[in-house]
Design a protein around this ligand. Structure first.
Ligand code: B12
Ligand code: SF4
Length: 468
């Protein structure tokens, strides 16, 4: 009676980027913890970390003799989940097949219509429903009393309404990392990287982001002590780097300061490095100094565009001045920065892209990621793009913001958008000071050599080949 929860290998294009920062899939690890707490046998398969395509992934799942199989699907990986599911059916697996994660959260019923190989699609955070779902299906009952999902009834898709209120994050058992291949997770800074979720939800209105729709418009924070204890346990287990995947880590300055104090009280700054992601309007000198003293080495900051109009159309609610101030303050505090920029925002033309480059030069971040603006289901941008007929395709496998331009922004062609992305990356990584900085890091931290070199190789390959 084993439940198997799996993430697929990412589509090839995403894989080349993701492999350099491959971290444990927290969604299925949290769900497995809820199942273990209820005494339900569970196994996890991270087909991405293990480099398994659909057929070998299905073989691994079948070897576990599952009675329930569930997948996490983002928009571009939904097709990969379906490929594994089809393979399982082809090999004679007859138990339930479920899918959850960002894409089914946004399009719960439509996911089953598009991919009828799944029996159930689940919206939202599912720790509170996974046990009941499995037990209902095992007992041959339709999960009609569980909110926020869709299933087939008399060959029709039936939905059960919106997802329930999200859980209190402090009440959740810690993710079942022991079921994942921990030796395979690494980042450019570390070969023993781990991932921690300290908060869920975001109140900001950014039009391109799926997070508020999925996790709600309120930041739910875990207690600083619980987060610091989790990080200490990871350090005890040999991790030397933690990536906080919270979307706006510093939303609440008081909480951040308490968290930093808890890190210092446990002696963590000497034992483990970490990074977090946040908004430029949610940091200041004091807070960045506290992060640095608590062992934080890098902050990732969303800048998106260099023009006021671009920031406005994306509903980013930050100014160019705030962006500049945040980067200066982070560097002043001794933190590395990663700028998350975007091309192809609604209405952005070539002049807009040049303005983004001028801003990037001024900011001088240590690292850069440039996305192509992509309307993910569940976002306001998606609704507007559907309304305006601006989606070039609904082939979800192409909804990777790193390799395709599925959104017609009214000013750049698909080729121009991809060229703009490449141009920003090439100019940035070609800057002598960036090359010198990276080389210094490799010399200073020999352990990071493999990860940095594989990141550089993947990046170079992607930049030099124009793939669509
Ligand atoms: C870390 C991260 C990554 C890491 C992934 C590392 C890993 N091993 O998972 C990396 C950097 C590789 C990455 C890549 C991409 N990512 Co990403 N990523 C995130 C981030 C910041 C955190 C993910 C996380 O851990 N969440 C916390 C856990 C607890 O939530 P969860 O995974 O959603 O799981 C819960 C529910 O979804 C549900 N659930 C999940 N699976 C299942 C399965 C079943 C059976 C059931 C019942 C329920 C269920 O229950 C879980 C527990 O509550 C999220 C934003 C976010 N806050 O979630 C974006 C996010 C998921 N990413 C996003 C995107 C767009 C991408 C990329 C497509 C970007 C690109 N490169 O083009 C790629 C795609 C690769 C992929 N993973 O699918 C979007 C997804 C939107 C969408 N509709 O697809 C998000 C939501 C960010 C955003 N701002 O919109 N990502
Ligand atoms: S991009 Fe960041 S700040 Fe904006 S809504 Fe998403 S998580 Fe919040």
């Amino acid at each position: 009676m084993t439940t198997v929860l799996a993430v697929p290998s990412y589509q090839d294009g995403v894989a080349s980027i993701a492999q350099t920062t491959v971290g444990p899939p927290m969604g299925i690890a949290y769900l497995a913890a809820a199942l273990e707490a209820a005494g339900e046998p569970v196994a996890l398969l991270d087909a991405n970390a293990e480099g398994l395509g659909p057929a070998p992934a299905a073989a691994r799942i079948l070897a576990l003799r599952p009675t329930f199989v569930g997948f996490t699907a983002s928009t571009p990986t939904l097709g990969r989940c379906a490929a594994i599911a089809r393979e399982l059916r082809r090999c004679g697996y007859a138990g339930p097949l479920a899918v959850g994660g960002p894409h089914p959260s946004a399009m719960t019923e439509q996911t089953l219509r598009d991919f009828p190989v799944f029996d159930v699609a689940v919206a939202g955070e599912a720790e509170g429903r996974i046990v009941a779902l499995i037990q209902a299906l095992r007992g041959g009952r339709a999960p009609e009393e569980l909110p926020g999902l869709a299933f087939f009834q008399h060959e029709e898709v039936r939905g059960t309404g919106p997802a329930p209120a999200p859980p209190d994050v402090d009440s959740l058992p810690l993710p079942a990392r022991h079921l994942l291949p921990s030796g395979r997770y690494r980042s450019p800074d570390s070969l023993h990287a781990q991932t921690v979720v300290a908060t869920r939800g975001c109140p900001a209105p950014c039009s391109y982001c799926a997070v508020p729709g999925m996790f709600g418009p309120r930041v739910r924070r875990r207690s600083p002590e619980a987060v610091a204890d989790e990080v200490r346990a990871l350090a005890d287990d040999g991790a030397d780097w933690v990536n906080f995947v919270d979307d706006t880590f510093t939303w609440d300055a008081r909480w951040v300061v308490d968290l930093c104090d808890a890190f210092v009280a446990r002696g963590l700054p000497e034992r483990i490095g970490w990074q977090c992601l946040t908004r430029v309007d949610r940091v200041d000198d004091e807070l960045l100094g506290a992060l640095r003293r608590a062992g934080c080495r890098r902050v990732e900051l969303g800048i998106e565009c260099g023009t006021r109009q671009g920031l406005r159309t994306l509903r980013k609610r930050v100014t160019r001045e705030q962006i500049v101030r945040a980067f200066d303050a982070a560097h002043e505090a001794g933190l590395e920065t990663m700028a998350l920029a975007m091309v192809n925002a609604p209405g952005e033309d070539r002049a807009g892209v040049r303005a983004t480059w001028r801003l990037l030069r001024r900011l001088d971040p240590d690292q850069l990621q440039v996305s192509v603006c992509t309307p993910y289901p569940g976002t306001r941008l998606y609704e507007e793009a559907v309304r305006d007929g601006a989606l070039r395709t609904t082939d979800w496998s192409r909804y990777s913001f790193l390799r395709s331009a599925v959104f017609d922004n009214g000013a750049l062609s698909e080729g121009e958008a991809l060229d703009a992305q490449r141009m920003l990356q090439l100019r940035f990584w070609g800057r002598p000071r960036v090359i010198v900085r990276l080389s210094r890091r490799v010399l200073r931290e020999p352990r990071s050599r493999r990860a940095v070199l594989s990141a550089a190789a993947a990046g170079a390959k992607r930049l030099l080949t124009r793939e669509r």
